[in-house]
Write a protein that binds this ligand. Structure first.
Ligand code: ZN
Length: 61
């Protein structure tokens, strides 16, 4: 039983796992939709990290 080795230059979209060859404009994402989805994730994370500090946070001690 022999199976062909996986092609190393086969890149898949990190969002939906669809094939996303380096030739696509939206690389490393398969489509613009997935690129937007990923961007949205970053923006959401950014909001959590950089929420404005409130003075009350420092007043605990
Ligand atoms: Zn995708």
């Amino acid at each position: 039983m022999t199976t062909p080795p996986p092609k190393k230059d086969d890149h898949t979209c990190p969002i939906c796992d669809a094939p996303a060859p380096q030739t696509v404009k939206t690389f490393p994402f398969c489509t613009d939709r997935c690129r937007t989805l990923d961007l949205g994730k970053w923006i959401k994370g950014e909001y959590v990290i950089s929420r404005p500090m409130e003075e009350a946070d420092w007043d605990e001690d």
